[in-house]
Design a binder for this molecule. Structure first.
Ligand SMILES: [Zn+2]
Length: 254
């Protein structure tokens, strides 16, 4: 069933101790004020220099634990966020990925290590969030084997089952009003402009009641496999995003 009216889920990517606390702090009051329970996609062992915004914040893990305590879902966002593989994943949006194309045994080691780091900090990772959408069937087998049954990705309008995992679609990178469907809005606090924070505030003022959580989605009636029409719709939506990102890359290259 496609949810009607639309439901929304927030997802914050690239969280790690070297994030910009100052920029993250622009969002936390909104979560508290509107009772929003987002996905917190954490890089367990960040080695990506692009995510080094500050010296490691000693309060980071406390902050994540406290948000999980108030209903946020912890996402496993890869292991090191280094995208050195060129494998083609199931959601082919980027050429470089951390996981897609990597040997299954290595992926298993990485997933286990990532989960162990997050659990070692007292968190309960519940959902897979691939850096740059890069993952393949081997990743899904590994995740299933490690007891992670949820994936945040895909361009459908409702959750669905694929390869034995429940996919919660993620299709937006800024708030956008929709009539129906479940929409995950992915935000990067480190780089989000202030205008996006303001836009989110306005959106929440109108639609906070339509925001759901991973916990609620997981507790709902079991999602079905995609129909042929659903697969076609998702393919078309993915193609639109690829054309849009391709065009913006061309523009940036100018
Ligand atoms: Zn990322």
């Amino acid at each position: 069933m496609i949810p009607q009216p639309a439901q929304y889920l927030l997802r914050f990517d690239d969280l790690c101790p070297t994030y910009s606390r100052e920029r993250w702090r622009r969002f936390t009051p909104l979560l508290a004020e509107f009772g929003i329970r987002p996905i917190l996609a954490i890089v367990p062992d960040n080695r990506d220099p692009a995510l080094d915004w500050s010296p490691p914040d000693p309060a980071f893990w406390d902050e994540m634990r406290s948000l999980e305590g108030s209903g946020s879902a912890i996402g496993l966002h890869g292991l090191q966020h280094l995208c050195l593989s060129r494998g083609r994943g199931l959601v082919p949006l980027h050429r470089e990925t951390e996981f897609a194309g990597v040997a299954e045994e290595t992926q298993r080691v990485w997933v286990r290590e990532g989960l162990a780091i997050l659990r070692g900090h007292g968190l309960n990772p519940a959902i897979w969030v691939a850096p740059r959408h890069g993952f393949d069937r081997a990743t899904l087998r590994v995740l299933r084997g490690e007891g992670i049954g949820l994936v945040s990705d895909g361009f459908t309008r409702r959750p669905f089952i694929r390869d034995g995992l429940t996919w919660i679609p993620q299709q937006l990178w800024a708030p956008e009003a929709k009539k129906s469907g479940l929409w995950t809005i992915c935000l990067h606090a480190n780089t989000a402009p202030d205008s996006l924070v303001k836009q989110l505030r306005r959106f929440l003022q109108d639609r906070a009641q339509q925001f759901t959580s991973v916990e609620r989605i997981a507790a709902g009636s079991g999602p079905a496999p995609l129909t042929f029409a659903g697969r076609m719709q998702a393919q078309a939506a993915l193609l639109r995003v690829r054309v849009r990102t391709g065009l913006s890359r061309l523009r940036h290259a100018e």
